[in-house]
Design a protein around this ligand. Structure first.
Ligand code: CO8
Length: 262
């Protein structure tokens, strides 16, 4: 992998990439340079077919991402603020466009843009010391990195509006209760838990995982009958893959399967 100034991109084991937001002195707050690095790193991962799962986390024990960089945007005018928001949308959008499955390992504060980054991932595992919230209305702005949209799709309209309007910072247990976090683990077990889930995903057919992710994400924004048609179309296409033949033959012949991603 390339070197980036504000993120670390590593492959701790074959098939798994870990993207660590790495500005610990600002609790991993997202400035323009970091948002650009996130997009570039994800585009690099997209080109690596051997990578099956990406884990996104923050550096240090305290914070996942403490939001957009308030000091950098403090004096922004409307045009500059829009540039920041557009860059974030393009970088976070890469996560949804990746064929790989993306797990957020939320290791501490996930505030504002941090919560929005976590909501862009395919699922969220958090450490028991994680804290999450959308503090924007207390700063005189609104969530601008997808928070009013993706958070709503994760927890529903009522909870999203409550979190945004109150600026409540909730703990991991409460975030788990409302479905914002899918799993919780002790801080020292967070990465192991993420990797354990990655291993389960990696046993399955790569194209199936990628196309199912696409079907869930695209379908969620379509009327049900259109979404069902989309699912049908993709389901049918899977019968034109070698992995469908392999997966079913392995079952019938009672032998281990060997998927090739084609
Ligand atoms: N931006 C810039 N610097 C930050 C940020 C941030 N978001 N968060 C923390 N830092 C810096 C602090 O300024 C401090 O730096 P220094 O040592 O130079 O003073 C350092 O990180 C450590 O932070 P604290 O001393 O504050 O640590 P505490 O343990 O006391 O507090 C908190 C931790 C509770 C996380 C606290 O730092 C905090 O409240 N941070 C701000 C959280 C926040 O409001 N985030 C939302 C930002 S807005 C946003 O994300 C909007 C996204 C959409 C924007 C759309 C634009 C168009």
């Amino acid at each position: 992998f390339n070197n980036y100034e504000n993120v670390l991109l590593e492959e701790p084991e074959e098939g798994i990439a870990v993207l660590t937001i790495n500005r610990p002195k600002a609790l991993n707050a997202l400035n323009l340079a970091t948002l650009k690095d996130i997009g570039d790193a994800l585009r690099e991962v997209k080109g690596r077919e051997d990578i099956r799962v990406v884990i996104v986390t923050g550096s240090g024990a305290k914070s996942f991402v403490a939001g957009a960089d308030i000091k950098e945007m403090q004096n922004d005018n409307v045009t500059e603020a829009l540039k920041l928001s557009k860059l974030a949308h393009s970088s976070f959008g890469e996560i949804e466009h990746l064929p790989q499955f993306v797990i957020a390992a939320v290791n501490g504060y996930a505030l504002g843009g941090g919560c929005e980054l976590a909501c862009s991932c395919d699922m969220r595992i958090a450490s028991t010391n994680a804290k999450v919230g959308q503090p924007e209305t207390g700063l005189g702005i609104i969530p601008g990195f997808g928070g009013t949209q993706r958070l709503t799709r994760v927890v529903g309209r009522g909870k999203a509006k409550e979190l945004i309007a109150t600026c409540d910072m909730i703990d991991a247990k409460e975030a788990y209760r409302i479905g914002l976090f899918d799993e919780i683990a002790e801080p020292e077990e967070l990465m192991d838990k993420a990797i354990e889930i990655a291993h389960k995903i990696m046993k399955n057919a790569p194209l199936s995982v990628a196309r199912a992710k696409y079907s869930v994400d695209r379908g969620a924004d379509l009327p049900l009958d259109v979404a069902i048609d989309l699912e049908s179309q993709i389901w049918g296409e899977m019968f034109d893959t070698q992995d469908q033949k392999e997966g079913m033959a392995a079952f019938v012949e009672k032998r281990p399967k060997h998927f090739i991603g084609k």
